[in-house]
Ligand binder design. Structure first.
Ligand code: 13P
Ligand code: SF4
Length: 345
């Protein structure tokens, strides 16, 4: 039963004491966030990982987040991911090998300085590649700062992997006339010599969960509820962001609902678990999922089953480290440079 599992988790945590800290992303299941020492967005979790001094950081999130935690924590700290199946599909849409080949093609077409910026939702080898080329990492809460950093140091940005976050950020900075989308392997896509004429070059990646939100969802929710306000994540399509009232990272979405007056209605355009958490955390606010009955469930985040959390913790009690996430040393140093550049801006 859930009560028995909760008792197993709590008992293991009592034994492990300060040796373990649990970080949970806002999209994790209720049964995970209830046990987390800290719940937040990707940026906040990377800060918490950097500040943690526990021997074990157990990460309720997806692989790229656990990798980033491993990069940022001290070498003697160990990062554990309760399920190794929790891989964000968007992170797999820009593999370092592909980007390396595309980069050579792109930079051969121009004398301008192109600075690569990768979204946190990417693997360590791509973060390392970006650092090597003078670029950095960003999350949805600081993409605009990262673009400014890149354009201060170079002439153009290559943003990977999320085209929607890239497009929304370019609009925020008034660069909407400078955007080119690029898929080097699509014969229909503009070629490198054309895209490089623009200041903001967007890799053709996207989030399968956020891409499902449509402008019609915003229209329907406005028709169904009087005085509803709409908050969405910047991984949503441009037209959805334009139709919304507020756009921001999952932390911004949480703050927006926390700051709402009792009785206000807020429609939440992001992963369904967060919409459900907000309904529980703020019963005085009328929280509705933007998608209505359609389920915007992130399959990668859902892989972190509370039974696996119980398992990794009980194994630690027995002195066995399971599901350790360890970035290869040759990538770690450079990927850390890219993450540190973000943490400094
Ligand atoms: P946040 O950084 O806003 O928490 O987003 C992470 C993510 O994966 C969104 O899909
Ligand atoms: Fe990846 Fe989208 Fe899931 Fe976020 S919600 S982890 S971007 S698949």
């Amino acid at each position: 039963s859930e009560a028995e599992r909760t008792e197993r988790i709590e008992s293991a945590l009592r034994t492990l004491g300060d040796d373990v800290v649990i970080l949970g992303h806002n999209y994790q299941r209720r049964e995970i966030v209830e046990h987390a020492d800290f719940v937040g967005d990707s940026y906040q979790l990377s800060k918490e990982a950097a500040a943690a001094d526990a021997e074990y950081v157990v990460f309720g999130g997806v692989t790229f987040m656990a990798e980033s935690a491993d990069i940022i924590t001290d070498p003697e700290q160990t990062v554990i991911l309760p399920s190794m199946e929790a891989s964000c599909p968007m992170a797999g849409m820009a593999e370092a090998l592909q980007v390396d080949a595309a980069w050579a093609e792109l930079t051969a077409e121009t004398d301008a300085d192109v600075v690569p910026v990768t979204y946190m939702n990417s693997y360590a080898d791509l973060k390392a590649f970006c650092a090597e080329q003078g670029g950095l990492v960003c999350t949805s809460s600081n993409a605009h700062d990262a673009f400014e950093y890149a354009l201060d140091r170079g002439d153009k940005v290559l943003f990977l992997p999320d085209k929607h976050l890239g497009e929304n950020t370019a609009h925020r900075l008034g660069l909407e006339d400078e955007i080119a989308e690029w898929d080097p392997w699509d014969p229909e896509s503009a070629d490198a010599s054309n895209v490089v004429e623009n200041d903001v070059i967007l890799w053709d990646g996207y989030c399968q969960v956020h891409e499902r939100f449509r402008e019609s969802h915003v229209e329907s929710v406005r028709a169904e509820h009087d005085d509803v306000s709409v908050v969405v994540h910047p991984e949503c399509r441009r037209e959805v962001v334009e139709a919304a009232d507020v756009v921001g990272s999952t932390a911004t979405i949480c703050e927006t609902v926390a700051d709402a007056d009792p009785g206000e209605t807020w429609a939440i355009g992001t992963e369904i678990h967060l919409a459900n958490h907000l309904g529980r955390w703020h019963p005085e606010v009328n929280v509705v999922p933007l998608c209505g009955d359609a389920c915007m469930d992130c399959n990668a985040m859902r892989q972190i089953d509370p039974n696996y959390l119980a398992w990794v913790l009980e194994e630690l009690v027995e002195g066995r480290e399971r599901n350790v996430v360890e970035v290869a040393p040759e990538e770690k140093e450079l990927a850390e440079v890219a993450l540190d550049r973000m943490l400094e801006i």
